[in-house]
Ligand binder design. Structure first.
Ligand code: NAD
Ligand code: AKB
Length: 314
């Protein structure tokens, strides 16, 4: 078992809920501390209530547990952020700066701070968006991700902090519901299908977006964090691709299991956010640097989601 003490901030969210058991299996249950604003629904292992906007509370935790790695997952996502942009900016920035500062001051060995396809905007090529495409996001969430990427690079260059990052696409998982993003439809649609209900989709049927099954996202995260330091050439954030599909293609994939499944398309304000994002991602730099390769395509992901949710609902 590897000897690290890992703090996961935002542990009760979509990614944290799935990441925690993986980290516990790798590093030992008592070496992983989940932290969040609210108690977990199904507590397993060490947990601390934490508001990561409070620097002193965060520093106390890092000192008490002698934390060696931080995964900083707390954030306000794209759709929710647009309801109150200043609140979203303040939360995303304050938690980010607190994490970077505590890591610098307390000699935390490694930090993971995710970015997103939301970092891209109008002037990035829509197809096979390259690693170095321009970053002019349309949402406050995207602006906070671009800022986080630049702060991460700054802390690496100025203080030698080993901070690593991935630009996640929309992540699809069965373990918990997503927390207010534009790609959330691609999770909610499975819950409706498995329960035999029709689904109102808030994006138009031809909206092509980059997506990834949670298993691939977790493997990418752990592979990046385990990679030798000399293999990490990108200290802003790596492009990462799994698959891309439209709501119509996802519906057709689900209908191979539930032929009578009905989807009604009712685009809302999230359509404009989706339209500002890439359609497909070029992740060749991650592939070259640390050997990234996705395993899940649309049919494989659909099969897994339906199998897992069927055992939960029935
Ligand atoms: P989520 O919204 O599901 O979870 C975020 C968690 O952070 C929640 O449990 C929330 O209670 C917690 N939190 C919020 N404010 C906090 C604070 N002040 N202190 C402590 N905890 C706080 O988000 P997620 O989907 O798990 O995403 C995790 C990270 O990955 C985020 O940075 C997000 O931007 C990024 N990301 C996610 C996706 C995706 O599709 N899920 C895609 C791209 C990037
Ligand atoms: C969102 O839709 O906001 C997230 C993301 C792609 O960053 N899922």
């Amino acid at each position: 078992m590897k000897r690290e003490t890992i703090l996961v901030i935002g542990a009760n969210g979509q990614i944290g809920t799935a990441l925690l058991p993986r980290l516990q299996a790798l590093y030992g249950t008592n070496s992983v501390i989940g932290a969040d604003l609210r108690q977990p629904e199904h507590p397993a292992g060490l947990f601390e209530l934490l508001d990561a906007t409070k620097a002193d509370a965060l520093a106390e935790l890092v000192r008490r547990y002698r934390v060696t790695q931080i995964y900083h997952l707390a954030a306000i996502l794209s759709a929710k952020g647009e309801s109150d942009p200043i609140w979203a900016w303040n939360l995303n920035m304050q938690t980010l700066l607190n994490v970077l500062e505590v890591a610098r001051l307390h000699h935390v060995r490694k930090v993971f701070i995710p970015s997103s396809i939301a970092a891209f905007g109008e002037h990035a090529p829509k197809f096979e968006t390259p690693q170095t495409a321009s970053l002019d996001p349309a949402t406050v969430y995207g602006i906070s991700k671009v800022a986080a990427e630049n702060w991460s690079l700054y802390y690496h260059k100025r203080y030698g902090l080993d901070v690593r990052s991935l630009r996640y696409p929309g992540i699809i998982s069965y373990q918990s519901m997503p927390g207010g993003g534009t790609t959330d439809y691609a999770v909610a649609i499975f819950h409706a299908a498995v329960q035999g209900q029709p689904f109102d989709c808030f994006l138009a049927e031809d909206t092509l977006l980059p997506m990834m099954y949670m298993d691939d996202a977790l493997r990418a995260t752990l592979e990046l964090m385990e990679a030798p330091e000399n293999r990490i050439s990108v200290r802003t954030s790596y492009n990462l691709a799994g698959m891309s599909f439209t709501p119509a293609e996802l519906t057709a994939s689900i209908q191979t299991y539930f032929p009578d499944f009905v989807v009604r398309y009712k685009p809302d304000f999230r359509q404009a956010i989706a339209d500002s994002w890439p359609r497909t991602i070029d992740d060749s730099v991650a592939r070259q640097d640390w050997g990234w390769k996705p395993e899940y395509d649309l049919p494989h992901m659909t099969q897994e989601m339906i199998t897992q949710l069927s055992t939960i609902y029935h």
